[in-house]
Design a binder for this molecule. Structure first.
Ligand SMILES: [Zn+2]
Length: 47
């Protein structure tokens, strides 16, 4: 039986890896978005 987990952010069924962010199951794309959004804006790239 196939488990269909929907992304708690974009609502699409997650076919690949399921990530969890703040208790919400989300897809990889949304997870990366959240991780990037939650990071402090510091200069990652050095001049
Ligand atoms: Zn998503």
């Amino acid at each position: 039986m196939e488990t269909s987990i929907k992304c708690g952010k974009c609502g699409k069924p997650i076919s690949g890896e399921v990530y969890e962010f703040k208790g919400v199951k989300i897809c990889e794309d949304c997870y990366l978005d959240e991780v990037i959004a939650s990071q402090p804006k510091s200069c990652a790239m050095r001049r």
